[in-house]
Design a protein around this ligand. Structure first.
Ligand code: HEM
Length: 354
């Protein structure tokens, strides 16, 4: 092996390191394929622009070919998270490039966060420019870090963090299930959504409840990011990788979402955070050049929060000695159901009614 880790396209890394075990150095080859996820993330805003060019402004009528093309482009916009998870699972990968893959998973929610922050700052620089700079910097930093990767230390136990994160999640589930149930009523119509939200607000926006809720979500973000950082140091199996990736997405989603609700809408714009705010009225989610970014952001927010809970349940059931095949089947049913619920909520927000 050459002295320089990257010479001859090989690198000394510690793929076999486990969180609670000692590192075992291995020789890894870096295939250009590991960069597909961040490259898909760079393309993300341009895919949304292409989608907008096809569907046009509100009132535009679409033919079958346009509809098929727009659907295809929208599905392509989910490539960064999908490829991010696929790459993060790879065996031969230095930690920094694995973390870059996890970072690609958060692209759809990061782009919403960026847009809101840009508006709050009154930035004259277009979002796609800033976006490309962020990703080029992330790729360069990751490549540099992977060349000088230090020998990893055996990690201390994460037991207490995991228990605290899980207990806090169980409490927050009360709010999340209500919140998602509330958004499902959008399939009936905006007035059903408003009626349910009015009832819920008497509880979760009460002066003693709301600060506790926000503090608990902030704890969830911090503990989630810490666990993500630690787990992402080494390769994990597909199920664990999905759990880490969904957790990473949620950390940024919740942070950006609270920023949009509390700072941007209620404080900066002084508008109610109701159905119109959520659906980007009057133009809506589909036909507005800015709002279309909310569609993958919300869809993955719902999918990942439910999928993350399903992943946590799998760990608990396995730890209690449940039949592994039954647990895997439950996981698959849970993930498919999460996808269907996300699709149903977004359909309602896009105007579908039952
Ligand atoms: C389709 C997806 C979602 C949409 C459209 C949405 C929309 C909204 C809206 C409109 C509010 C303001 C509610 C109010 O004024 O009473 C809100 C608040 C909030 N949402 Fe969501 N949300 C979604 C998913 C999620 C998810 C998945 C989470 C958590 C993982 C979440 C966490 C929160 C939190 C913490 C608040 C602040 C609650 C408060 O007012 O105290 N949301 N969301």
């Amino acid at each position: 092996m050459s002295e320089h880790p990257f010479r001859d396209n090989t690198v000394l890394a510690h793929d076999a390191q486990t969180l609670d075990g000692a590192a075992q150095p291995t020789t890894l080859s870096i295939a250009p394929l590991v960069f597909v996820a961040p490259l898909a993330a760079i393309c993300y805003p341009f895919l949304l622009m292409l989608f907008h060019a096809v569907v046009g402004a509100p009132g535009a009528t679409l033919g079958a070919v346009d509809t098929a093309g727009a659907t295809f482009v929208l599905l392509l916009s989910f490539a960064a998270p999908v490829l991010g998870i696929a790459v993060a699972c790879r065996k031969a990968l230095p930690t920094a490039l694995r973390r870059l893959a996890y970072f690609s998973v958060v692209a759809p929610t990061l782009y919403v966060f960026l847009g809101v922050v840009q508006t709050l700052l009154g930035s004259p620089i277009p979002d796609p420019w800033v976006w490309c700079l962020i990703w080029l910097a992330a790729i360069l930093i990751a490549m540099r870090a992977s060349r000088t990767e230090p020998r990893p230390q055996a990690a201390p136990s994460l037991g207490k963090w995991r228990v605290a994160h899980g207990v806090s999640a169980m409490i927050l589930c009360l709010y999340v299930f209500f919140h998602l149930g509330n958004h499902l009523t959008g399939l009936v119509g905006p007035s059903a959504h408003a009626a349910v939200m009015d009832v819920g607000q008497t509880v979760y926006r009460a002066s003693v409840v709301e600060p506790v809720l926000v503090a608990a979500f902030l704890f969830q973000i911090v503990s989630g990011l810490y666990l993500t950082w630690r787990w992402s140091a080494a390769r994990q199996d597909f199920f664990r990788t999905f759990q880490i990736a969904s957790g990473a997405y949620l950390s940024l989603f919740i942070l950006g979402h609270m920023n949009s609700v509390f700072i941007y809408a209620r404080w900066y714009l002084g508008i109610p955070t109701d159905w119109n705010f959520a659906t980007g009225a009057p133009t809506g989610l589909i036909h507005d050049a800015w709002n279309i970014r909310l569609l993958p952001h919300y869809a993955l927010g719902v999918f990942f929060v439910l999928g993350h809970l399903v992943a946590g349940l799998r760990v608990v059931l396995n730890a209690h000695g449940a039949d592994r095949r039954v647990v895997t089947r439950l996981w698959m049913i849970g993930v498919v159901a999460s996808g269907l619920i996300a699709a149903a909520i977004l359909a309602g927000m896009s105007g579908v009614r039952i």
